[in-house]
Write a protein that binds this ligand. Structure first.
Ligand SMILES: C[S@@+](CC[C@H](N)C(=O)[O-])C[C@H]1O[C@@H](n2cnc3c(N)ncnc32)[C@H](O)[C@@H]1O
Length: 195
């Protein structure tokens, strides 16, 4: 889609992080195969991943959370251009607050927001994910730092430690069956298998 190429150029020029190609292919395949109906996304950015998920699952509705108002406005324009805006709600605000107030149920969650918060989000996201649903988390290896957490004085040490704890918690959680994909910046795909 020409629009997606245009969005990638815009993201590069404006230093806005969007998912890498391998991650995009995985997300697209997961959405096509699982045909979710209710998707929750943390970290809209300019709507690139949202458009991928919605065009890959034509019956899906997306609730997506973004803290940056400018990003959210750009995403809104992109959703309109892609013809999917009637299936989107953008929540502009801090996911740290919004996830604590989530209601409703989702069958697909894409976590791609603040990397240092994944672990604190996990209980809230688990609560709203249906049994059988998927939790997909991007950047879980965080530049290779998560499996080799620097000892001290590294600018990303807190994020690396938090993500390391997140991965351990997710792997130990018996309600999930988790697979780690060593693609892009590391992606986990967890199916909720139990209450
Ligand atoms: C990696 S980008 C998302 C990329 C997008 N999912 C994609 O692949 O097209 C992360 C986004 O999370 C947003 N973000 C960071 N902290 C946040 C927070 N506390 N609450 C909500 N959004 C946040 C950032 O502004 C940024 O747009």
């Amino acid at each position: 889609m020409a629009q997606l190429e245009k969005m990638l150029s815009f993201a590069r020029e404006n230093y806005i992080p969007v998912m890498l190609d391998e991650t995009r292919n995985l997300l697209q395949r997961l959405a096509e195969e699982n045909k979710p109906k209710r998707i929750l996304e943390i970290g809209t950015a300019i709507g690139y991943s949202g458009i991928i998920m919605l065009t890959s699952s034509p019956e899906a509705h997306l609730n997506t959370i973004e803290i940056d108002e400018k990003n959210a406005e750009t995403a809104r324009a992109n959703f309109i251009e892609a013809g999917v805006y009637d299936r989107v709600n953008i929540f502009v605000g801090d996911a740290r607050e919004i996830v604590t107030q989530l209601t409703g149920r989702y069958d697909f969650i894409f976590l791609d927001g603040p990397k240092g918060q994944y672990d604190s989000f996990l209980p809230y996201l688990t609560d709203v994910l249906e049994v059988g649903g998927l939790l997909v988390c991007d950047n879980v290896l965080y530049k290779g730092l998560v499996e080799h957490v620097p000892e001290h004085r590294h600018k990303h040490i807190t994020i690396a430690r938090n993500l390391n704890k997140f991965l351990n918690d997710l792997n130990r959680d018996k309600r999930f069956s988790t697979r780690l994909y060593r693609i892009g910046d590391g992606v986990t795909v967890s199916r909720r298998t139990g209450e």
